[in-house]
Design a protein around this ligand. Sequence first.
Ligand code: PLP
Length: 400
Amino acid sequence: DFRPAERVTSIAVSEIVRITARAQGMKKEGLDVIILGAGEPDFDTPDNIKEGAWAAIKAGQTKYTALDGTVELKKAIAAKFKRDNGLDYALDEITVSTGAKQVIFNAIMATVNPGDEVIIPTPYWTSYSDIVQIAGGVPVLVPCLEANGFRLTPEDLEAAITPKTRWLMLNSPSNPTGAAYTAGHYRPILDVLLRHPHVWLMVDDMYEHILYDGLEFVTPAQLEPRLKDRTLTMNGVSKAYAMTGWRIGYAGGPKALIKAMAVVQGQATSCPSSVGQAAAVEALNGPQDIVLERCKSFEKRRDLVVEGLNAIPGIVCPKPEGAFYTFASCAGLIGKKTPDGKVIETDRDFASYLLESVHVALVPGAAFGLSPYFRISYATSEAELKEALARMAKACAALV
Ligand code: PLP
């Protein structure tokens, strides 16, 4: 009999993956399903980046590379950190992995012992807690309510810290809420961390370039140099350059941590893909105007979705500051009945109802640790978004 290891049985299959698979199955059956589930830009990888990869293939860059990134890519990353964030990282303070997801995995596996605690502001990107659990760590979920813009308060952080706390994980702009931290939001949180030198800070800046309303992006190591020697500043090319399939993520951090992360990577994947790394060099060193252009297009879609959702009675959608998600409340619809007489008891019920009745796939807030909400990924065409909103309005109007 197959017997999975305990570290696997404690983890559920990602709800996002499950819902997307179900929606794709329905599509295959011929149903016209609109999928607003996956966190993936609908744009193509820019041509200059593809050409960079092609040139690398032709030049024979098709072999194993240095364990945690080629010198060329590390130099491009160092230049990016300097250019965009005013941060100085030496090449041995930089790591490259198979997606930012592996950066997180390496960091947690390299530092968290069984029983160690990791503070995760909630709602959170689902992988954070699962990765901590794989390592035998304890995710400490701290609710961040809509009333505070889904941001962590310094008081809640202070109360969550114990002698066992190893990390605080922060993500701005956030998946799933789109909430962003300005310098003013970060300051009191960083002050708490200054008082607790045993707590390290993992910052997920994946959505750095998808920030709206003229807000200026900031990252903690830049704001508080006294925390830099216990901060891991993570980023990647997946979202900014529509490169999800190339699987390249990176981070800057203290040398000893970067070295320990390389030990994990060395036994997992040996190195990131050589061709993906060459493409990432072009992404970071090449022209950056497309990043801004795409951000503007995401901003237009955000406005469309926020307005459309707020026009539906029972749904309240705060305006996200970045990323390409809305996180709206469906509290006003809980307790209502579907035309089939089924009561919508939870956000999961609501998501299933939308999928089955009007073929719109989205992810319930429960998957991210906060209910009753739902996440829409609006990295899809305006035409599809408009159609999805019209269908949702119809489905919600049918509830009694
Ligand atoms: N961090 C956040 C907040 C994300 O939303 C994602 C992807 O959805 C990642 C990290 C991982 O990105 P990748 O592994 O593609 O670099």
